[in-house]
Design a protein around this ligand. Structure first.
Ligand code: C2E
Ligand code: CA
Ligand code: CA
Length: 808
């Protein structure tokens, strides 16, 4: 690309060259035409000169002719000769005006010779008019005159032609000149236009720039004016309050916002102290702030004012005040205030939300930890009471989350009823609560026990009466330990309470920490064992009290630990329930038990009646997977469904549970039987029994541990109840012949316990089955078949190879 400066230079040079060429051309043309005009002028001058002399000759000839014509008696002969001489002399002059050999010159010289040959002086002066010589003389003169005239006409014709040619030439040179001049002018104009346009564009640019600058300045001024206007109207209309006071706080100006903000008309506030509208308990502070501000010229200070409105409310106004006393325009303290009442309320609300449990309104973990960290001075005793609800999950699972929420709210209210107002009661999440109190260890334990009692009472939830329990752990500190450590210790104690049978209070001891660590280790090991097939099944016989035959086997899970020792179910099942491992354990036990029993029914003599009982966790039932697992285990083993009994621990929290009932109904529909386990251990509920429509009732072994006077009658009462409901009644924990006697007295259908057999490894079961009828009790056995109809309906309560067909 050619730079613009180069291009402009070349254009300029080109225009200059054209002007020079045109000018030279014009000069040459003017010169040539001048020369030509000069020539024409010379020609014309000589023609005119010759023409003039010829005309003079003509005139002399005419005079001579007149003299000859008028020749008379009085005519002086000598005067005619003189005239003839003048004519001859004029003819010589005229001929001299032409080139010597030119035709006119020759013609004139010839006329002169003819005239000269006549004897003009001989014309008689006396003869006069009648003189014989007069006529030839007249003819001669007239001839001469005719010939001179012809030359003169020819000369005039010449002059005309020359003049016309000169005029034509002059016109043509004028035209050429005009064209050249026009060209030069055009070039000049072009050059001038170019130059002027250049300069004009430069000027235009400068003008535009100037105009832009002016525009910008005007826009800036407009913006300034607008912003001033805006500012003015903002001050006038904005919700922000603008107040100007003097150095003592007397109001001199108030913006109209005062009306919406405080309910006062601005003019009503004038000339009164600002402090009048400040909330009384803030007045002293604001007064000091005004005094301080008034002494510091230019100082800007932010203060939150609580201003009283006309109708007695208090608005929080965030005010920025500036000392403009020195500013002559303002001469005051300027207060710009914004109503932040709603914002502050929201902040308080958000802060509250961040530190409180939205469901119960109690403190949350954050606030509890804050109080734990902040409250106690070193040396003061603090106690954390940790409360975990027992059975809450089942309420949630069976009655739904809204019912669960309702229960948590009620539980929170009961907790608050157990503590002092200055204690912090918190919900830590789920069904876990905590209380922070500064009472001593005894106080904390008392509060803990009070809480257990309070939560033990039934709750009315979603139209149901619901019972839950609470496990409580207490940990003490003297303000030196970390808040988190104290909370963790209380948590450990709470777990101990839960494992020790729930509904109790445990106080933390360092040894518990060791056990808690073991527990965590155990959870991990159990998870590994479940994965690697480390769960095996033992079988405990259930004995028909009339025939003394083993009619069924209860499958009990066993965990062979890393050291090869067997871990009993009551140690690891609660852990498995917590971690969810119970789901897989339940599946493993179900499958193994069905296979083993079906195998013994087929291989051990007289065992075609043998049934199997498998414990199922409430998690399995509520997971919705139990039905499929059962059907799969039956199909896999080939066991008849009526041979299988599922044992579910009686739980207060699943009373009236529609889901549990529906799940059991599905299973019962295919022939599987349902037994309520551990009846009498917890919150025995007739509603539960009736609602679930179960087949078997297992009386918990703790009933047999009751004092001697009550246990027999209790067993009898429960057995009676079961029979009334049409259930098969089994008593558990029969350890002694005495226990067996009570069971018989109470007319229980069957019994289970160490008296007959502990749970046996699978390998020991066939031998036991072969000998059982002979070793235990006095019941008769006929050909390996139970002789008594133990139940209602079918008459085959313990299993039947010919039971209902397999589902699916
Ligand atoms: P449970 O269903 O009541 O099982 C009977 C428990 O009592 C067994 O303890 C058994 O060993 C024990 N026992 C039997 N006879 C006597 C006796 O005469 N005296 C005393 N004191 N105890 C006796 P185990 O095997 O430790 O099981 C404890 C609990 O663990 C079981 O109570 C059952 O609720 C649960 N459990 C065991 N296996 C499973 C299982 O596979 N799945 C589920 N979900 N729970 C299981
Ligand atoms: Ca059981
Ligand atoms: Ca039991």
């Amino acid at each position: 690309m050619t730079p613009p400066d180069d291009r402009r230079g070349r254009q300029r040079a080109l225009v200059g060259a054209m002007i020079i060429v045109a000018t030279v051309g014009v000069l040459v043309a003017v010169g040539l035409s001048a020369l030509r005009l000069g020539g024409i002028t010379t020609d014309l001058t000589s023609i005119r000169t010759s023409s003039d002399t010829v005309a003079s000759s003509n005139r002399e000839a005419l005079l001579l002719e007149q003299m000859v014509t008028a020749l008379g008696e009085t005519t002086d002969g000598r005067a005619v000769a003189v005239q003839a001489g003048l004519l001859q002399r004029q003819l010589i002059v005229s001929a001299a005006a032409f080139a010597p050999d030119a035709a006119p010159a020759r013609e004139l010289r010839d006329v002169q010779r003819v005239l000269a040959a006549f004897p003009w002086d001989e014309l008689p002066a006396t003869g006069g008019h009648d003189d014989p010589r007069r006529l030839p003389a007249l003819a001669l003169v007239m001839g001469a005159e005719r010939r001179i005239n012809a030359v003169r006409v020819e000369q005039e014709k010449q002059f005309y032609l020359a003049t016309t040619a000169a005029l034509e030439g002059s016109r043509r040179s004028q035209l050429g000149l005009s064209a050249l001049v026009g060209l030069v002018l055009a070039l000049g104009v072009a050059g001038v236009t170019l130059v002027t346009s250049r300069s004009r564009s430069r000027i235009a640019r400068a003008y535009d720039a100037l105009k832009g600058e002016v525009g910008e300045r005007r826009a800036a001024e407009d913006a300034l004016r607008a912003s001033e206007g805006r500012f003015r109207s903002l001050v006038q209309r904005a919700s922000d309050l603008t107040v100007v006071t003097d150095a003592t706080g007397i109001v001199h100006y108030v913006s109209p916002a005062a009306e919406t903000l405080l309910g006062h008309r601005p003019e009503d506030l004038l000339d009164l102290p600002l402090l009048v509208h400040v909330e009384p308990d803030q007045r002293a502070g604001v007064g000091q702030a005004i005094a301080f501000l008034a002494e510091q010229p230019g100082l800007v200070h932010t203060i939150e004012l609580r201003l009283c409105t006309r109708d007695g409310r208090v608005r929080t106004v965030e005010a920025v005040c500036q000392n403009l006393l020195a500013d002559t325009d303002v001469a005051g303290l300027v207060w710009n205030g914004r109503d932040v009442t709603d914002r502050r309320a929201l902040e308080v609300e958000l802060t509250h939300q961040a530190r409180h449990d939205p469901l119960t309104g109690l403190a949350n973990r954050v606030l509890l930890l804050d109080r734990l960290r902040g409250a106690p001075a070193a040396g003061t005793t603090v106690a954390v009471i940790l409360i975990d609800l027992d059975g809450f999950k089942n309420v949630n699972d069976t009655l739904g989350h809204p019912a669960g929420d309702e229960l948590l709210r009620s539980a929170a209210q009961r907790l608050l009823g157990c503590v002092r107002p200055e204690d912090t009661t918190a919900r830590l999440g789920g069904d876990e609560f905590a209380v922070l109190t500064d009472g001593g260890p005894e106080v904390a334990q008392t509060v803990g026990r009070r809480i257990v009692e309070a939560l033990r009472r039934p709750f009315g939830v979603a139209g149901h009466e619901v019972r839950i329990g609470a496990s409580v752990g207490v940990a003490h500190g003297d303000g030196r330990e970390a808040a988190e450590d104290l909370l963790r210790d209380a948590d450990i104690a709470m777990y101990v309470a839960k494992n020790a049978g729930k509904n109790r209070v445990e106080v933390f001891e360092p040894a518990m920490r060791v056990r808690a660590a073991e527990r965590t280790g155990m959870q991990q090991e159990l998870a590994r064992a479940v994965e690697s097939g480390g769960i095996e099944v033992h079988f405990q016989p259930i004995v028909d009290l009339r025939t003394s035959r083993t009619v069924s086997l209860e499958a009990l899970a066993r965990w062979r630990g890393p050291d090869g020792a067997l871990v009993p179910a009551d140690v690891f099942v609660p852990i498995a329930e917590e971690t969810g491992a119970i789901m897989e354990i339940g599946r493993v036990v179900l499958r193994q038990a069905c296979r083993a029993v079906q195998h013994w029914r087929a291989t051990v003599p007289c065992q075609r009646h043998l049934g199997v009982a498998v414990n199922v966790s409430v998690h399995q039932v509520l997971s919705g997977l139990l039905y499929d697992d059962v059907v799969e285990a039956l199909r896999d083993s080939g066991l008849a469904p009526s041979t299988l009994t599922l044992e579910i621990i009686e739980s207060t929290t699943i009373e009236d549970s529609e889901r549990v009932a529906a799940e059991f109904a599905r299973l019962q529909a295919v022939g599987v039987r349902i037994a309520v386990d551990d009846f009498g251990a917890g919150y025995s509920s007739l509603g539960f029994l009736i609602g679930l429509d179960v087949d078997t009732l297992k009386i918990d072994r703790t009933i047999l541990e009751f004092d001697a006077t009550r246990r027999g009658s209790l067993v009898a009462a429960i057995a009676e109840l079961g029979r009334t409901l049409g259930l098969t009644v089994i008593v558990e924990g029969v350890e002694t012949p005495e226990h067996l006697a009570w069971a018989r007295q109470a007319s229980c259908d069957a019994a289970q316990g160490y008296h007959f057999s502990p749970p046996l490894p699978a390998a020991d079961v066939p031998r036991f089955l072969r000998t059982s009828g002979r070793d235990v009790g006095q019941g008769g056995v006929e050909d390996g078949q139970p002789v008594v109809d133990l139940g209602v309906g079918s008459g085959q309560r313990w299993g039947d190879a010919e039971g209902p067909a397999h589902p699916g």
